[in-house]
Ligand binder design. Sequence first.
Ligand code: AQP
Length: 333
Amino acid sequence: MKDIKNKIIFSAAQPSGNLHLGNYLGAIKQWIDLQNNYKSIFSIVDYHAITIYQEPQKLREKILETAMIYLAAGIDPKKSIIFVQSDVREHTELAWILNTISKISELELMTQYKDKVKKLRSNVSVGLFDYPVLMAADILLYKTDFVPVGEDQKQHIEFARMLARRFNNLYGEIFIEPKEIIIKEGARIMGLDDPEKKMSKSAENQNNYIALIDEPSLIKEKIKKAVTDSGKEIVYDLEKKKGIANLLTIYSLVSSKTIKQLEKEYKGKNYGEFKKDLGEAIVYFLDPLQKNLKKLKENPANVKKILKNGAEQAKIIASKNLEEAKNKIGINY
Ligand code: AQP
């Protein structure tokens, strides 16, 4: 048994657009505390991002910006490994191996895939279909114990767990069955333009999300436009008032006030007042991160150095574990 200090955390985000408040509240925020207690590995998963077409110059920028957001949020390269997925080739190599034990029928059940198919229709790549296998490789490659993620990734972690078990049964015990860590509040922040769907980087409507890099005026504007309902009361009701419930969740997480406290505070007040205060609370909450980000952007060379150094550290673990897997299969002579 590993003691807690040796347990491994792995998590990642795709540089497929602007990281948003959902990514932060659902995932990144947890990483900051976890890195103090676990061996932590955080990746910028660019090979996942290209499962949907990305404009190359924009992708280049978003890879670096995502890394800067990790650092600005408080991920400390002295405590955690931060690296870009494509810098560690072992990820795609293990993904190929795991492809050979994954079933098409299992991948067809993935909710995120099915949602994206609805949006993309016939323009769906094999890569998008195979996304959960690459994600399982990302996780298993480091013999990860825990994966802190938002609710939307739960099914993918279950799949990774199942692949670890299947590999171990077929070839011998080497992979750890990873468990997800999902926080109670904020694990599924909904879109501001449509509270039925999760907040998403790839949403067509920019008013769907609050990007972590949005200017204060834009943040306030987006909150003002957030979809609510025709009622008047500011109460948490997930059935009848999904929009307000989502805004209350966000407000609670950015202000550290409970939803009950907020309901009391806004009793008798109107949506306009509530939204105005929420916009300001988000701006205030994101201010330190945005200030840190501005400083980091002045010296991209330094961030690139952190990433290259992180990739070297990741590679040491990844190459050893991949070799072990290859030996088990008989891919050595
Ligand atoms: N709306 C959300 N609420 C809470 N957590 C969320 N996450 C994503 N959306 C929400 C969590 O953020 C981490 C990084 O996500 P990702 O980059 O892997 O992308 P994703 O899960 O596919 O969601 P996005 O941000 O909407 O990206 P696109 O639109 O490109 O698919 C994960 O832990 C995720 O659970």
